[in-house]
Design a binder for this molecule. Structure first.
Ligand code: DO4
Ligand code: MG
Length: 291
């Protein structure tokens, strides 16, 4: 069971999307209100949505006919880094300066107890499905980072899963890791969506396929697939570090790191269409534009 939001005229609508791709209207204005309503009723969100579906009719619409928007206005989006071997190798490549001796910071953080966690985005900087993600004007090596996103409540419980794109400037981070905030955060440097898959409807979050395709002028120029089974850390471990002595909000999103990095010197260009799929969640599509 998935939750989506879409624009209809001047208003935003919340809806449930079943595995059979049927769409049912939900009365609550947003995902967190739905979670709170289910808690007031003493039932899970999935049970709440099932009961609504049983007593209502599916919309006479298909998903591609809806003007989808972010499935929730996440007050904060955080991200974990170097949680997959592929990410560690890519960071070591971009930071290579020829006279490296001993383990890098990336080697160390991959094996350390404490994960890398950083603030990635806010609601105002986050694009939704079909929206535009921006390319920084002072970077010439930019890539999407397809990531599994955890939708959390204020206590750190995982309410659901979404797809995140942690847009990144490999040249800026590679020049100096202290530039990380600039390599990661700018206008529309993050996107989430197209849906939130309710947590208790995911059989095994460590067995999800993540794919990324990039199209340029109608040609597919990147096509990569990986799996959350390659994740080095537990999801609960990442959430526990994020929550430590911190404030989480209902609807905080935690991106769990990338397992896909486009090969070599590949860089995004204006007009590129980025598609990211995760099993059971859907496809997050965005167009790259100049910032
Ligand atoms: O070390 C910098 C960021 C790593 C990251 O974003 C990732 O592994 O996904
Ligand atoms: Mg990342």
């Amino acid at each position: 069971m998935r939750i989506i939001r879409y624009r209809e005229g001047a208003s935003f609508k919340l809806a449930a999307l079943t595995d059979a791709e049927e769409i049912f209207s939900l009365e609550e204005p947003d995902f967190i209100s739905l979670v709170q309503r289910a808690a007031q009723d003493g039932i899970s969100v999935t049970e709440k949505v099932k009961r609504i579906i049983e007593s209502s009719q599916a919309l006479n619409k298909e998903i591609h006919q809806l003007d989808l928007i972010v499935p929730l206005e996440a007050p904060e989006i955080w991200a974990a880094g170097v949680t997959y071997m592929r990410s560690k190798e890519a960071r070591n490549d971009e930071a290579a300066d020829g006279d490296r001796q001993g383990p890098t910071y990336y080697d160390k953080v991959y094996d350390a107890d404490r994960p890398e966690l950083f603030m990635k985005s806010t609601a105002a900087r986050t694009a939704g499905p079909g929206g535009e993600v921006c390319l920084r004007s002072d970077s010439s090596w930019q890539v999407p980072e397809p990531e599994l996103g955890l939708v959390l409540d204020r206590n750190g419980s995982i309410l659901g899963y979404t797809i995140g794109n942690d847009m990144s400037c490999r040249d800026i981070e590679g020049e100096n890791p202290l530039y990380l905030p600039q390599a990661k955060i700018w206008r529309q440097s993050c996107s989430i969506g197209p849906a939130i898959r309710l947590a208790d409807t995911v059989e095994d979050p460590y067995d999800l396929q993540i794919s990324c395709r990039i199209y340029r002028g109608g040609q597919k120029v990147v096509d990569e697939t990986a799996s959350t089974s390659q994740l080095k850390r537990g999801l609960g471990e990442l959430v526990a570090y994020l929550a430590k002595d911190n404030i989480l909000f209902d609807g905080t999103v935690l991106l769990t790191g990338t397992c896909i990095v486009p090969p070599g010197q590949f860089t995004l260009e204006p007009g590129d269409r980025i598609e990211i799929d995760i099993t059971g969640i859907g496809t997050l599509t965005n167009i790259a534009v100049p910032a």
